[in-house]
Design a protein around this ligand. Structure first.
Ligand code: ADP
Length: 497
């Protein structure tokens, strides 16, 4: 198959979260299955040293009746994969990806409309007919709309099907309705069933109804998205899909996340019976100014500082743990300054037991995964989550909330502890400090007092594999099903009445 993969971030170039990991690893795995694939992304300013050296080809893109933009396709590669960076300085020559450091850029809908439409136009320029256009999150979701509406009668795309993958359904791109005409959405689609959301434009909400197939990154999150409590306000859109929302669990890039080969960590290790993990813990304690002590449980987390990650639960629980229990905690995160301030405040109170690094640091994220004993992930919601999967591979025991992909990837040690052959971690359900604290204390108890059980959980986790090949085969089957079926003929509610 010929697959056009459109993403706003790609690991190796720019990354703010899990979407970038997928946009790198999934195309790689699909390519390995024998498919022809192009990744299309913006030519952002922060990576201009790279793409400025790539050959370029200019062309025009009609975004709407009013707006035609001149763009350039820059032809590059990422580990053997074809990458097209769309150069449109008006949209991408800015210091950050999505915001000015405080506020989202007010023309974000337009910037990513350019990406979505340019990706489709590039296919025509190259006479490269895609079987599948795979859009990701709100940023490229309009590609599905443009294919279904702007290019409806275009024979070039007659056999093309669109897929929209939801990596995080909370980000939908709400903006002023004046952008509608700018990005080529006809007024008749500004109704509560499509792009309208309380008088505003909601890009993702509308685009979902135009995709031939919609998928998300875990079966657990797929079922949450269709429920009123987990659908981020647009659950009806997921329930109404003609083809049910497909949950395909993300894989893990074990080329990057493998303690046997990891270049970032103090000592590589194959099994936890070796000294490697102990040395990694010691080295992390030293690096972060924590007391060097192999016996004390060292917990940790790495995340964007946003509400989704359950920081409001974590902060009071960390304080309780530090006040009343013997443990250390290492945190790496960036985002909300208020949350960062609270964590820095805790660090000043407990400098040898708590360390928070405010920033984005790939090397340190690897050293934390290898050096800590347990990884805390008390997410409010979690489409898939990657760090719990990395943790398993490093013999680091995950403690997660029972949501989304976390429940699909971690097997909780039961209260009776009879499932020692399969358990890989700890899990709590209720979104309360109490529930998180209780499960954390249960985990610390196993760590301190039940060494054999702890070792068993670590070993079970280390043997787990979430391969991208397996995920890519599921995407491939999903694509094939779509190609065998009719296109999604989106009907206006008004037409149905
Ligand atoms: P999300 O996409 O919601 O941020 P995921 O768990 O799916 O969450 O993916 C997060 C990815 O970003 C992981 O690879 C994680 O290691 C990485 N990451 C998050 N915050 C940081 C940070 N401050 N420094 C380094 N890596 C980070």
């Amino acid at each position: 198959m010929r697959i056009l993969f459109i993403a706003s971030e790609v690991e190796g170039f720019v990354k703010t979260g899990g979407l970038a990991d997928v946009a790198y690893a999934l195309p790689k795995a699909l390519h390995a299955l024998g498919h022809e694939i192009y990744i299309v992304m913006p030519a952002y300013q922060m990576i201009e040293d790279l793409w400025q050296q790539w050959p370029s080809k200019p062309f025009n893109v009609e975004i709407s009746y009013f707006n035609t933009e001149s763009v350039e396709a820059r032809y590059g590669a990422n580990e053997g994969l074809n990458v097209i960076a769309i150069n449109h300085p008006k949209s991408y020559a800015r210091p950050n990806i999505y915001d000015d450091g405080t506020y989202a850029y007010e023309d974000n809908a337009y910037r990513y409309a350019v990406l979505s439409k340019a990706a489709l136009e590039w296919c025509k320029q190259e006479n490269w007919q895609p079987d599948i256009v795979h859009a990701n999150d709100w940023q490229s979701s309009l590609a599905c709309f443009y294919l279904a509406e702007h290019l409806k009668g275009d024979t070039f795309f007659a056999n093309t099907r669109s897929v929209l993958s939801i990596h995080n359904g909370a980000y939908q791109m709400h903006c002023d309705a004046r952008w509608l005409s700018q990005i080529g959405i006809d007024d008749r689609f500004f109704n509560p069933h499509d792009f309208e959301d309380d008088g505003h434009l909601n890009v993702l909400k509308g685009a979902i109804g135009f995709a031939d197939g919609v998928s998300t990154v875990s079966p657990g999150y797929a079922s949450e998205l269709t429920s009123p409590t987990g659908g981020h306000g647009i659950d009806f859109k997921y329930r109404e899909l003609k083809r049910p929302l497909k949950g395909i669990l993300n894989g893990c890039d074990y080329d990057q996340w493998n303690p046997e080969t990891d270049p970032w960590i103090a000592k590589q290790y194959v099994s936890i019976d070796e000294e490697g993990k102990t040395l990694c813990k010691q080295s992390l304690q030293k690096e972060l100014g924590l007391e060097i002590n192999p016996k004390i449980p060292l917990l940790g987390t790495i995340c964007r500082l946003v509400d989704q990650k359950g920081i409001h639960l974590l902060v009071p629980v960390i304080l309780q743990l530090l006040k009343h229990h013997d443990c250390q905690i290492a945190m790496l995160g960036s985002g909300d300054q208020n949350m960062a301030n609270q964590l820095q405040f805790i660090q000043r109170q407990y400098p040898h037991r708590f360390h928070f690094v405010n920033g984005y640091d790939v090397g340190l994220s690897h050293r934390i995964e290898a050096g800590i004993d347990a990884f805390l992930m008390p997410s409010v919601f979690e489409p898939c989550g990657l760090n719990q999967i990395y943790s398993l591979r490093y013999g680091t025991v995950p403690l997660v909330r029972e949501v989304g992909g976390l429940q699909d990837t971690v097997c909780r040690l039961s209260n009776s502890q009879r499932n020692l052959k399969t358990a890989t971690g700890f899990m709590f359900s209720e979104l309360t400090e109490q529930a998180l604290l209780e499960e954390t204390l249960r985990m610390i108890d196993v760590y301190k007092n039940k060494h054999t059980q702890w070792r068993a959980i670590q070993k079970n986790g280390m043997t787990k594999r979430f391969s991208w090949k397996k995920s890519a085969i599921q995407y491939q089957d999903f694509y094939r099903d779509l190609l065998k079926s009719e296109k999604n003929t989106h009907r206006l509610i008004s037409q149905e009445e």
